[in-house]
Design a binder for this molecule. Structure first.
Ligand SMILES: [Zn+2]
Length: 381
């Protein structure tokens, strides 16, 4: 599903998954017709809908603040944050890299739930500040927001990796063992265990057993769904960790193709593209000026120029300039190279030595290694 961009905060794009709008309507409707009419019996139908809409919008803002808390700590450790996406189960900050130290990860992971607790406290405090009564619409809205933020904070602290609590748990094991990969394994398996317990409890609730977490079929189905979601996320992080470990076994020098074709910047796109793009749309050239890497031009950039303009457009004009790239070096681990390529959406990464291109790594070559290790199916490229 495509996401919408609704704005930018602290330079971080805020995206919304369309599924979220559905949830927005559903929760507003539930609050307005099921919850608030019983709470504020004197209110009109219109009041109940206004209360519901205000509650859901402010909760939505609370989730963004939770994700911003993670993001700002990440940034403080110079880990770039690509975006914050709100989807049906809440929010997620696209933090591009994992922390390199356990303490950093601990603070980064804990920041979100702590912020939710603080927000819960702020809403509860506001309710007390205006007299803590139960006679006005605003009392119920503030109280509901306080409770929801507390629930969000506590739910996120469940040690089910890759949720926040699971990350806190991993950073603690990492601190104790000094071994990041082992810590990830233990945290992910714990997460799967918790997910299975949730699903089992959900199934028990569906057949009528009171399991405290849920006591009816509806609650049971919810538990099963959350369990499935967590189990899937934990399993994916195990696979991802295995991929990273596999790629850590190679350096850029191992996988690069040496001496790739380099061209001067004044070559025209026509010279590069004619007869080449049709046969190999993934063609890629390095542009060198004064013996140094100046940029990279791939089939993608060439195809973005209308064919009639090819004879008058130079490689220099369409290349991705090297100032926008962080080229690999021979000793760099391939796991890091792939991360960089994913961030910049590149199919080829130059390997440089003293500013000169000495080789190129194709994304396909890296995926080939993962396929060989049986970590991705052969069908997907
Ligand atoms: Zn979080």
């Amino acid at each position: 599903m495509r996401t919408f961009r609704i704005g930018r905060l602290f330079g971080i794009p805020i995206l919304v998954n369309p599924g979220w709008f559905l949830l927005f309507v559903l929760i507003t409707w539930l609050l307005a017709t099921q919850v608030y009419p019983d709470a504020l019996t004197t209110g009109s139908r219109q009041t109940h809908f206004l209360m519901a809409a205000a509650s859901v919008i402010l909760f939505f803002v609370s989730i963004i603040i939770h994700e911003l808390a993670h993001s700002i700590v990440a940034r403080a450790y110079r880990i770039p944050v690509k975006s914050i996406t709100l989807f049906i189960f809440g929010g997620v900050a696209q933090i591009t890299r994992e922390a390199t130290r356990p303490l950093n990860e601990l603070l980064m992971a804990a920041a979100g739930p702590l912020m939710s607790m603080v927000l819960g406290g702020v809403f509860l405090g506001a309710w007390f500040a205006i007299g803590a009564s139960d006679t006005r619409a605003i009392d119920y809205v503030l109280f509901w927001l306080a409770m929801m933020n507390f629930v969000l904070g506590i739910f996120n602290l469940v040690p089910a990796f890759p949720m926040d609590g699971g990350r806190v748990f991993r950073s603690l094991i990492w601190m104790v063992t000094g071994n990041y990969n082992r810590a990830t394994g233990i945290a992910a398996w714990t997460g799967r265990g918790i997910a299975w317990i949730m699903m089992a409890a959900g199934a028990a609730a569906v057949i009528g057993i009171n399991v405290y977490l849920a006591n009816d079929a509806f609650g049971g189905v919810w538990l099963i769904l959350i369990g499935l979601f967590l189990e899937n996320a934990a399993r994916q992080s195990l696979v991802q960790n295995r991929m990273v470990r596999t790629l850590q076994g190679f350096s850029a020098g191992d996988l690069m193709v040496a001496d790739p074709p380099a061209i001067p910047g004044d070559v025209t796109v026509a010279q590069l593209a004619h007869g080449v793009l049709e046969i190999n749309p993934r063609a890629c050239y390095f542009v060198e000026e004064d013996g140094k890497l100046a940029g990279i031009i791939s089939g993608y950039q060439m195809a973005s120029i209308p064919a009639p303009l090819w004879p008058t457009t130079t490689a220099r004009q369409v290349m991705v300039p090297s100032t926008k790239l962080r080229p690999a070096v021979r000793e760099q681990l391939v796991s890091d190279v792939l991360l960089e390529m994913e961030m910049e959406e590149l199919l080829h990464m130059p390997v440089v030595e003293n500013g000169r291109v000495i080789g190129v790594i194709a994304r396909d070559r890296i995926l080939g290694v993962l396929k060989q290790a049986g970590l991705i199916p052969n069908a997907t490229a």
